[in-house]
Design a protein around this ligand. Sequence first.
Ligand SMILES: *Cc1c(COP(=O)(O)O)cnc(C)c1O
Length: 461
Amino acid sequence: MDASPRPPADPSNLGDLAARSLRQVWHPCTQMKQQAKLPLVALSHGEGPWLVDTDGERYLDAISSWWVNLFGHANPRINAALVDQLGRLEHAMLAGFTHEPVVALAERLSALTGGVLGHAFFASDGASAVEIALKMSFHAWRNQGHSDKREFVCVRHGYHGETLGALAVTDVALFRDAYDPLLRHAHVVASPDARDARDGETPVDVARRAAADLETLLVQREGRIAAVIVEPLVQCAAGMAMHDPEYLRRVRALCDEHGAHLIADEIAVGCGRTGTFFASEQAGIWPDLLTLSKGISGGYLPLSLVLSRDAIYNAFYDDDTARGFLHSHSYTGNPLACRAALATLDLFADDDVLARNVLRAQRLTQALAPLADDPRARHVRHRGMIWAFDAVLPDAPGAAGAFAKRFSTEARTRGVLLRPIGGTVYLMPPYVLDDDTVDWLAARTLEAFDATMTHGTEVHA
Ligand SMILES: *Cc1c(COP(=O)(O)O)cnc(C)c1O
């Protein structure tokens, strides 16, 4: 992975890149006034799991650049596929036209679901895929004569993106509160988060209790619910809240019983992140609609898609134009993004990635084991290629935010890119770490935690 040559330094990039960025670039998920006081890392290039800044400092990308990068930066095999595609077709509209990459990708994803989710609708980012799934659900019911089914259900602390439709099924106050007056509210039901276990409860008990809450709602709103949207196994943006697969089995059964679609948002948990290619597989269920994005292009290009069952697809298949799904995005089915996705799927198959991740995960879990005995950490948890724990912090407003900032800085000083979600530290590394890098990452994470807890948790303005 270190084989790619380092590009020559561009003098205009050195030194003042961060300053230029602060002047002209409006950064995402950032209060720009605060960012002006914090270091902005100006990147020069990437090499495998490493990001390298314009001073030559290296950072291990332990959160896969916001959960998208699966096989490292500047991956030679994905690069080669893209170079080949660039010489053929960079983009063309998908209405009235088609091309090999989009067809092959739809076929291969369908095959990965055993043909159950046999239709792929393409977009560019996760939030758009969620919008599409919501619209498809409502419109499919309407086409079938059930126009009263127009309410959606989401899970407490769930995250599905930040466009207005996706935000309406997102229950994260920080992203949602400012726009709340604009939203068409969804029903929010209990989360199956295993951390919410009461005395003597197992994760399965918590899952059943949360499913019972959904059942109550479905009974109350009988005939009104179009779809229930869930993040299978891990509510990532909630702070890596993990639950037992029993929850998904129950939700599947309840959706069938009450005539609601099940939308599995696998944007973060898909593509092997939880150990299986799709997280839903671990519950032995398939949803009616499944969203993918983030890792599907290997973290190279914006690409998202919605996989659907025949029953939904057939509800639109008609002589009447208006009964069709008329949604579109300019870059739908972009050939370059699809080629990156095909190269990503090739890597999974050729390198037996899911099996090798089991060994990688065992090693990282082992290396993080000291946390289990650390009274300053709790809920040490892991699923597939996601690890998380919660810092034990004073119950003061701002304590979690101050912890997150301090921890990121301590980690960055040690050459690791980690961004806690409040008091939750998590690791979501790309699938290319060798044993030495796994051990190095765990050691730096423990050091950064120790340093933060020793002298970093006081709340600053
Ligand atoms: C990131 C994410 C989204 C939104 O994807 P964007 O590409 O950021 O719009 C939706 N759902 C889940 C579960 C996500 O993690």
